[in-house]
Ligand binder design. Structure first.
Ligand code: AMP
Ligand code: ZN
Ligand code: FE
Ligand code: FE
Length: 304
């Protein structure tokens, strides 16, 4: 049992969805561990996009500080295209490696996706340049030092005055259907699920509120397919979920016997409205029992 949190703070609070500057967060792994300790978090899950570098760097620091650190990842994946053949927006998949960090073959597999990101970034610069936007890969990589993503492109567009807000950068240039959109070679959603399972992890469908499918029947069909491929969890608790969203995903978790997961999706200054541990405007309060349930759920599923 972990030690209790500081008296001024709800006891045994955790956050299992956070990003460091190894992907598109702004806090270094050391800063994030320090911030989690300072606010009295009992456990912290690092779930950087397509990389385990943030977790690997934070792990010894967390051990030293006495913080329980959960190894995680957030994969961008491609769902099946709709009947009209158009390109569907990517679906994010969380992987939690609760017993031990991910298996070596999983690490090898994600390295390929990091390369596809670099390739996408080169094409994105070329496309922006062809649209008369004068920015260079070097400028963007100076912000995204480890794994450059579109949020870093948005920051440079903002800084150089091409757009007035981060959202305008996405709407005009960077979103999947915007003028500079570049297709990236992403793994298929079901492959992502299988790879996380094979790597010893718990695959959980991230922030389902962002899925392109919204009606209940389509959600149920999607969950059925993903469960057939090894999905074990669903992110019921997330900063962007309204109370109604949370209630719906909780109901679906029970219906499909999926393990509930949750976290703020903290990105530091890149998403300033989201606070570590407490989400947007304090809409998140996750108790340590959520993590205990995840461990119990995985053990039960393995025993079945
Ligand atoms: P990347 O992983 O480099 O493709 O960038 C994906 C990130 O860009 C997401 O995690 C979001 O933070 C952000 N993003 C993607 N599409 C949009 C959008 N339409 N509006 C705002 N932010 C977006
Ligand atoms: Zn992100
Ligand atoms: Fe995400
Ligand atoms: Fe995230």
């Amino acid at each position: 049992m972990p030690a209790s949190a500081s008296a001024s703070f709800p006891k045994l609070m955790i956050d299992l969805h956070t990003h460091t500057d190894r992907s598109d967060g702004t806090a270094s792994p050391a800063q994030l561990v320090g911030d989690a300790m300072a606010m009295g978090l009992e456990a912290l899950g690092i779930t950087d996009h397509d990389t385990l570098d943030g977790y690997d760097t934070a792990a010894p620091l967390a051990t030293e500080a006495g913080l329980e650190l959960v190894c995680g990842i957030e994969l961008s994946t491609r769902p099946d295209p709709p009947p009209d053949g158009s390109r569907p927006p990517s679906v994010h998949l969380l992987g939690y490696f609760l017993q031990a960090p991910a298996a070596p073959q999983f690490r090898e597999w994600i390295r390929g996706h990091q390369e596809s990101r670099r390739e996408r970034n080169r094409k994105l610069i070329a496309k922006l340049n062809s649209l008369g936007v004068d920015i260079s890969l070097e400028e963007v990589q100076a912000l995204g030092k480890h794994l450059t993503g579109r949020p870093h492109f948005a920051k440079v567009l903002l800084r150089k005055g091409y757009v007035k807000t981060n959202q305008e950068a996405f709407d005009r240039y960077l979103a999947d259907n915007a003028s500079a959109s570049v297709e990236r070679d992403e793994p298929e959603l079901v492959e992502g699920v299988r790879r996380i399972r094979d790597g010893g992890g718990l695959p959980s469908l991230a922030h389902p509120v962002r899925l392109p499918v919204r009606d209940r029947a389509s959600l149920e069909a999607l969950l059925g397919t993903l469960i057939d491929n090894g999905l074990q969890g669903i992110e019921v608790y997330h900063s962007e979920h309204s109370p109604e969203d949370t209630a719906l995903y909780k109901e679906l978790a029970a219906q499909f016997q999926l393990i509930e997961t949750g976290g703020s999706d903290y990105h530091g200054d890149n998403k300033p409205s989201i606070r570590l541990g407490t989400g947007k405007g304090g809409n998140l309060h996750l108790h340590y029992s959520l993590l205990e349930n995840m461990r119990r759920g995985v053990a039960e599923m393995t025993a079945r």
